[in-house]
Ligand binder design. Structure first.
Ligand code: NAP
Ligand code: MG
Length: 482
């Protein structure tokens, strides 16, 4: 299949493209212009019922395939993704706004998720537990059943694949609910799954706004929920899941510290922190939001990061600039409000802060200095290209500031002294810590949050634990009269 954005997209339920029951459509727009790209079916809770039912019906057949066969099918999804990678990247860039090269990188990651977990399909082993010679005790790892997956708009296809691939190899079936502003790539992926031989009903996609997410997270036909998004929505999802005792994996926000120690290579630190906060226009949960910089190198660091910030060329994602627009109007307004908040709180705006005078939602790289860690711009997730730079006087203070937020997703340390760097890294309360780099992990490494940043881990072999439950079988081997 050659992929091009269509004018109109339907839901994918039970292997078919079907209109929403209310026959309503949302429009998805190009954030570089505000122009409509396509109309996308707006699922109702009745459509979510149909999708969950289709996923339940396909469950026993999918579970009873041999693990190696499930792995082969999932591997073929990766092949279809690679064959159509340029087109998928173009659609992601158009719908989400990110530069084409970043979208292309996401799509490579999507293929890697399917390849990586395909290889694990036939290695999901249980164990035997020694209970003495009169007993045989074995564990097996079983799928939960229907996995409901709610996706944000910052890495639409990447996060879809991150949850779908381990869920499928573990023998679950899936209902995906993309974010309303970035639904296109997941719908294309569902088509690629069908072409790869995924049986009808094993992968379902319900697009829409508001109603389908709420319906999916409270559905009693869903056996496991994976949610990625903001802390307040994560709380709502967890509360709904509590009603049906459904396990949840929550990947939530961050306000991540990058600690720059006095002996750091400042060029390297500025490069990685700029990459960490300006990639995808800062719309990354693990962005380098707060640079904590030793007072002896503070001014020098600020000069370098401002130079880097000012070197970014902005434009529509599809023209592959250094930075694209923010994803949608409401979010754009929210980021601009934080610029005002920073000014009102008395921080110094070194560069950026003014939107581009053109259509679309463009804010250039923005750097605030003289930031106090108690300010809202240092405590709240802005989710845009806005860096806060905070001074510290000794390492104890740096660690205290690094941990003085409600989040604990990621963090970083820059130092030429590996002992000092590692000892600092160990004291940062975060699920991922990067040393002398940013976005250091990969699909093979576990990712997730401490504190309010979430529950559970995605990526790596650890993610499989979220999609498998353990059964213990004990067998009596005692022969009473033998
Ligand atoms: P969001 O507003 O929380 O929405 C996330 C998803 O939840 C969307 O699909 C949304 O669709 C749906 N949703 C909203 N309300 C819901 C409800 N009551 N029940 C069920 N679903 C509901 O987050 P976002 O603005 O899309 O994404 C940005 C956030 O995601 C940031 O906080 C970021 O840090 C976080 N994030 C975390 C990670 C990670 O791996 N830790 C990765 C990426 C992003 P509807 O609006 O249509 O309902
Ligand atoms: Mg869009």
């Amino acid at each position: 299949m050659e992929i091009t954005a269509k004018d109109r997209y339907q839901l994918v339920i039970g292997g078919e493209s079907v209109p929403a029951s209310g026959d309503e459509y949302l429009t998805t727009i190009d954030p570089a212009t505000g122009d409509e790209i396509a109309r996308v079916a707006a699922a109702t809770s009745a459509d979510v019922d149909r999708a969950v039912e289709a996923a339940r019906e396909s469950l026993s057949a999918w579970r009873s395939r041999s693990p190696s066969e499930r792995g082969q099918i999932v591997h073929r999804i990766a092949e279809r993704v690679r064959e159509t990678a340029d087109e998928l990247a173009r659609i992601e860039s158009l719908d989400q706004g990110k530069p084409l090269a970043q979208a292309r990188n996401d799509i490579d990651g999507v293929a890697r998720y399917f390849e990586y977990y395909a290889g694990a399909a036939d290695k999901l082993e249980g164990k035997s537990v020694p209970l003495g010679e009169d007993k045989l005790d074995v564990t097996s790892r079983e799928p939960y059943g229907v996995s409901g997956q709610i996706i944000p708009w910052n890495f639409p296809l990447s996060i879809t694949a991150r949850g779908m691939a381990p869920a499928l190899v573990a023998g679950n079936t899936v209902v995906v609910k993309p974010a309303p502003t970035t639904p296109l790539s997941a719908l294309h992926l569902a088509e690629l799954c069908r072409e790869a031989g995924v049986p009808d009903g094993v992968v379902n996609v319900v697009t829409g706004s508001g109603e389908p997410g709420a319906a999916l997270s409270s559905h009693d036909g869903v056996d496991q929920l994976t949610f990625t998004g903001s802390v307040p929505t994560g709380e709502a999802v967890m509360k709904s899941a509590a009603e049906t005792i459904t396990p949840v994996t929550l990947e939530l926000g961050g306000k991540n510290p990058a600690v720059v120690l006095p002996d750091a290579d400042l060029d390297e630190a500025a490069f990685w922190i700029a990459t960490g906060i300006f990639t995808n226009a800062g719309q990354i949960c693990s962005a380098a939001d707060r640079a904590l910089v030793h007072e002896s190198i503070y001014d020098e660091f600020v000069d370098r990061i401002v130079d880097r910030a000012q070197s970014y060329a902005l434009g529509p994602g599809t023209e592959d600039p250094d930075m694209g627009p923010l994803n949608h109007a409401e979010h754009f307004e929210s980021v601009l409000e934080y610029v005002d908040v920073g000014l009102e709180e008395g921080a110094t705006l070194e560069t950026g802060g003014d939107p581009l005078d053109r259509d679309g939602y463009f804010l250039p790289p923005t750097v605030f200095t003289d930031v106090d860690n108690d300010m809202r711009i240092a405590q709240e997730e802005i989710f845009g290209p806005v860096l806060t730079v905070i001074p510290f006087s000794d390492r104890e203070e740096a660690i205290r500031l690094a941990n003085d937020v409600e989040f604990g997703l990621s963090g970083g340390v820059f130092s030429r002294d590996i002992t000092r760097a590692l000892n600092t890294a160990r004291r940062i309360d975060a699920g991922s810590v990067y040393v002398n780099e940013w976005f250091g992990g990969s699909i093979e490494t576990p990712f997730g949050g401490m504190k309010k940043s979430g529950i559970g881990r995605e990526k790596g072999l650890e993610a499989l634990d979220s999609y498998l439950q353990t059964k213990n079988i004990s067998v009596n081997l005692a022969e009473r009269d033998g």
